[in-house]
Write a protein that binds this ligand. Structure first.
Ligand code: 0O2
Length: 220
């Protein structure tokens, strides 16, 4: 986004948002709280699956709050007004949680157990594992609403959850780096190579899953 390209309505929007700095910080505090709620839910599931299924499906959990610049850029790109109302209504990935598992079946198991919880509302699912993106990107994306309990009220907040395997995460990190690298001469060739790697990674995930299932069956 180039600030010199903005028109008067958009400039007014930015000015209003800055004037509402206190409201903006309050809203970010709500999203941070929602992110913590979801992180805790996954940690609890990990503990409980240790007892019931004899495994800890989660390798890592990464949390991030979208920074104000990325929020404004997204509103801008999608042609929404630069207001707090528009942020709450249209930007559903301000609070983001990435859950990394060793095996693909654990990705679905965790999603299923989270969505069974009676305080969680499912807003949207995008299954890029069953339907990978053109780039080769694979992950299970959920947008959920989770309640946060404040001093005098309860609020339902959106959280974006990305679940994927270690191998898918390894791939996504490198591919993400390439996307942000400008003036890459052989970008097309690298993208093709990455796509081929994504397919190999998917085969590897399936093979590792099947080995684990065989080992599990042999357990007494
Ligand atoms: P960041 O910094 O990762 O958060 P929407 O949110 O619905 O308006 P969209 O595009 O429909 O937008 O959302 P989608 O496809 O569910 O997920 C977008 C996020 O998924 C991205 O966030 C990435 O984190 C990840 N993602 C999606 N496609 C790819 C891909 O091809 N490669 C990689 N490495 N990651 C991908 P952001 O917004 O890019 O930023």
């Amino acid at each position: 986004m180039n600030i010199t390209d903005i028109n008067i309505e958009q400039a007014e929007g930015i000015a209003k948002m800055l004037l509402q700095e206190h409201e903006f910080r309050t809203m970010m505090c709500y999203y941070r709280s929602a992110m913590m709620e979801i992180e805790t839910k996954f940690k609890v599931l990990n503990e409980s699956l240790n007892v019931t299924h004899d495994r800890n499906p989660i390798e890592t959990i990464k949390c991030r709050l979208k920074d104000p610049k990325s929020i404004i850029e997204k509103l801008w790109r999608k042609n929404y007004p630069l207001t707090l109302d528009a942020i709450e209504k249209h930007i559903r990935d301000i609070a983001g949680i990435r859950v990394i598992c060793a095996f693909p079946e654990d990705v679905y198991l965790l999603a299923e157990f989270l969505l069974k919880q009676d305080d969680i509302q499912l807003v949207r699912v995008k299954d890029y594992i069953k339907n990978p993106k053109n780039s080769g990107y694979r992950s299970l994306h959920l947008i959920v609403k989770v309640p946060i309990f404040l001093a005098n009220e309860k609020r339902m907040m959106n959280v974006e959850i990305q679940l994927r395997t270690i191998a898918m995460d390894f791939w996504a990190s490198l591919e993400h780096k390439m996307k942000y690298k400008k003036d890459l001469e052989d970008a097309e060739e690298i993208a093709e190579q990455l796509k081929a790697c994504a397919e190999e990674i998917s085969r590897l995930d399936i093979a590792m899953q099947s080995i684990r299932n065989r080992i599990d069956k042999k357990d007494p």
